[in-house]
Design a protein around this ligand. Structure first.
Ligand SMILES: [Zn+2]
Length: 142
């Protein structure tokens, strides 16, 4: 069973130092210490991680997930994403989670973790057009 610190470190790796520094008041040295050295994580870091990964809030604190209310974990999302892609492949098609369009395997793109409405920071299976659109949105937010 992993600890809050283990899970926080996993999310720190996932976000990357660049993003953490850009989106928080906490500096690089502190994030690095929390990630690589055996020092106590504070509520400040937890608050930032919760803000960046709202869908992982429950998991971060308790290690539990509740997909029915949108609380998942990185591993769960990864599994779901793989399952979706596999299901799509067996049917030869899947559905874009953004626009709902049927897409064939060749067109399937899996979006990176962009802030996308209530689907914050979740992997999504999207069509080529939506992937490009989401990518642009990400750049505009910078
Ligand atoms: Zn689409």
């Amino acid at each position: 069973m992993s600890s809050i610190e283990d899970r926080a470190k996993q999310l720190i790796s996932k976000a990357g130092f660049d993003r953490l520094i850009r989106e928080s008041e906490i500096g690089h040295a502190r994030w690095k210490s929390v990630r690589y050295r055996n020092i106590r994580i504070s509520t400040n870091e937890l608050e930032v991680l919760e803000r960046l990964f709202p869908a992982y809030a429950l998991w971060l604190i308790s290690g539990k997930i509740a997909p029915e209310v949108g609380q998942t974990s990185p591993d769960y999302d990864q599994e779901q994403r793989e399952k979706k892609l596999k299901d799509g492949r067996s049917r030869g098609e899947t559905t874009c989670e953004e626009c709902g369009k049927k897409i064939t395997c060749d067109d399937v793109r899996v979006s990176e973790e962009y802030r996308l409405g209530s689907k914050n920071n979740r992997f999504m299976v999207v069509c080529d057009a939506c992937n490009a659109k989401i990518g642009q949105g990400k750049n505009e937010n910078r």
